[in-house]
Design a protein around this ligand. Sequence first.
Ligand code: GUN
Length: 298
Amino acid sequence: MEEQQYKLLDGKAVSAQMKQEMAEEVAQIKAAGGKIPHLAAILVGHDGGSETYVASKVKTCNEIGFKSTLIRYESDVTEEELLRKVDELNNDPDVDGFIVQLPLPKHISEQKIIEAIDYRKDVDGFHPINVGRMSIGLPCFVSATPAGILELLRRYEIPTRGKHCVVLGRSNIVGKPMATLMMQKAYPGDCTVTVCHSRSENLKEMCQSADIIIVALGVPEFLKGDMVKDGVVIVDVGTTRVPDASRKSGFKLTGDVKFDEVAPKASYITPVPGGVGPMTIISLMRNTLLAGKKAIYK
Ligand code: GUN
């Protein structure tokens, strides 16, 4: 079999371009005397991944010219205290959008917190009103990872209409919304979508017939070369920290795709890191800009 030359879906480059576009728009808003978009983030505890993500979100806000506020709690914060802060942010006219970084400690109900957020400020798109509006194709905040993946497919002009898209994983944050979006009557979209997960019996056969595979299982190097067909488009959402003593950080960010085996068969593939990760953060920024402009909800 002849190996084909794959192209990288370069999330780092695309997100840098989007950042530039948004920075210019914020500068124009500022020059016209408009309101600077303001994102607030609540971070509970000291989970390594969450610390990194939130720090990166705050940094990107600053680079674009948004206002940002980081609110920190220790992991013994009560649900009541957190709900009070959510209520305060809901009612703060200066805050356009805010997020509560997940996961939360076991004694706090994530669902209760999510549902307490005013859906008009829910730039994560996790509130049931935003999820519901997305699923019936109404204007809403689309959660950042699926929105980022759509933008990546759009900017690389990946054909999607009529294609078989296999989504691996059924999480509320990625798998489910991704499947919904890829089947919607739109571009990117119009796919025939199959969702596979840990209980699927014919996962390999499904993947072998896929034109596009979006992998969001959180299982390092799960997707192997013999599971895909030639010319497949691969989107790898995995970002597991696998211990690596040779690195200063002590870990290696590892995707859900065995890159060395799959890439030679792919037409397009996202790297890890530098693929979906930067697109996720920039999509949150996009939602913040939309919130600041009251572009979705008044
Ligand atoms: N944890 C993992 N991904 C996300 C995300 O997109 N938003 C929030 N708030 N928490 C997360």
